[in-house]
Design a protein around this ligand. Structure first.
Ligand SMILES: NC(=O)c1ccc[n+]([C@@H]2O[C@H](COP(=O)([O-])OP(=O)(O)OC[C@H]3O[C@@H](n4cnc5c(N)ncnc54)[C@H](O)[C@@H]3O)[C@@H](O)[C@H]2O)c1
Ligand SMILES: [Zn+2]
Ligand SMILES: [Zn+2]
Length: 342
């Protein structure tokens, strides 16, 4: 069985997958669906770490329940890909998402637990969550990215008078906009360099309007719609240019939630942060409760699902899919891989 691994900048190689034997602790999962995430794209972009098997947004069937006595073979499951230590102060306070160990052993983001671009994966037993009967494998694979945005929007108190700006209309930005709308923000806007994606966000009715981030008069346009700037800005891109836009667009005394991840240090105008007394908060992943809350929202049909899935591909098309997702010409937001198809 061949599996794609990161080979070099923007390039996968297919190698023979290694078998996994049950170890009595971890849950062995036969993957059904796996999503391609913006973070996967960062790794693919830089071609590092070489040999990494990606895939941290997945659903599948239990092949071996490990030490989970409540699970049986063929149960439908998804899982948090993170790997918290459960003993540090962050873990003890319920904030497993910023435990120091959480990412070093994460599924599909480290070499400890290979990702779901492989058909068979093992997952920490305490991270496995059963999928409700009425939720499909495809929709369950959306739990992880939606939970990222639920967490980000839970970090700030959004009220009905607030104007909210999202920078970047990938799935993370679109879902932040969706949750901000659910909280009845008076205006939700998005700024995008890819206008097809921006228009899609409007057509999905998660944002009221969009700004073309490639235009020189971006800042002027943004400020026309607010008195002094946006109350809350979700930065869902991670580049220096996008973070700078967020700092310029937020009102004095406003809040920026940084969700976008940069793989290298970025330059930003800190003087504006200081003089506007901006509250800046990083947002990473989700708590286990937020992950489960998201699965419940999917089950209750309270969040977009089908609308976010552009296509479902077979694993051999993964290189094309990454190229498509990084093309400015494309409005695809989420591409899923179906691991049951050849
Ligand atoms: N903090 C977390 O827990 C967490 C979790 C998942 C993903 N992420 C990060 O969040 C970011 C978004 O993820 P995604 O899957 O939606 O990625 P994505 O690449 O699909 O979306 C990013 C969007 O930003 C747009 N963009 C680029 N430059 C811009 C600019 N200057 N102004 C406005 N828009 C611009 C791109 O056109 C793209 O549509 C990524 O950096 C990803 O690594 C963070
Ligand atoms: Zn992800
Ligand atoms: Zn910990």
């Amino acid at each position: 069985m061949k599996v794609p691994v990161i080979k070099k900048e923007k390039q996968f190689a297919f190698i023979e997958d290694e078998p996994i034997t049950p170890n009595g602790t971890d849950v062995l999962i036969e993957v059904r669906n796996v999503g391609i995430c913006g973070s996967d794209i960062h790794y693919w972009d830089i071609g590092q770490p070489e040999g990494l098997i990606l895939g941290h947004e997945f659903s599948g069937l239990v092949l071996d329940p490990g030490n989970r006595k409540d699970l049986k073979i063929k149960d439908r499951v998804t899982a948090l890909p993170i790997s918290p230590c459960n003993t540090c102060p962050a873990c003890k306070s319920g904030n497993v998402q910023y435990c120091e160990k959480t990412w070093s052993n994460a599924v599909g983001l480290s070499s400890t637990y290979k990702g779901a671009f492989s058909k068979l994966i093992k997952v920490r037993p305490d991270m496995v969550v059963k999928i409700p009967n009425n939720v499909s494998f495809e929709h369950a694979a959306l739990t992880e990215p939606l939970a990222v945005s639920l967490h980000a929007t839970n970090l700030v108190n959004i009220t009905k008078n607030d104007k909210v700006l999202v920078i970047g209309a990938g799935i993370i930005g679109i879902a932040c906009a969706m949750f901000a709308k659910n909280k009845k923000a008076s205006l939700v806007s998005v700024s995008e360099t890819n206008i097809k994606r921006a228009k899609k966000a409007v057509s999905l009715q998660v944002v009221d309007k969009y700004y073309d981030a490639t235009k020189e008069d971006l800042q002027e346009n943004i400020l026309k719609d607010t008195t002094y700037g946006y109350d809350v800005v979700f930065e869902c891109c991670g580049t220096s240019k996008a973070i700078t836009s967020a700092i310029q667009a937020v009102r004095p005394g406003g809040t920026i939630i940084l969700v976008g991840v940069s793989t290298f240090p970025t330059t930003i105008p800190t003087s504006l942060l200081v003089t506007k007394e901006v509250t800046t908060k990083g947002s990473i992943a989700y708590t286990k409760k937020e992950f489960e809350d998201c699965l419940n929202l999917i089950s209750k049909k309270k969040v977009l699902t089908d609308e976010l899935i552009d296509k479902v591909i077979t694993i051999d098309k993964v290189q094309d899919a990454f190229e498509q997702l990084t093309s400015k010409d494309n409005n695809a937001i989420k591409i899923l891989i179906d691991q049951t198809k050849k």
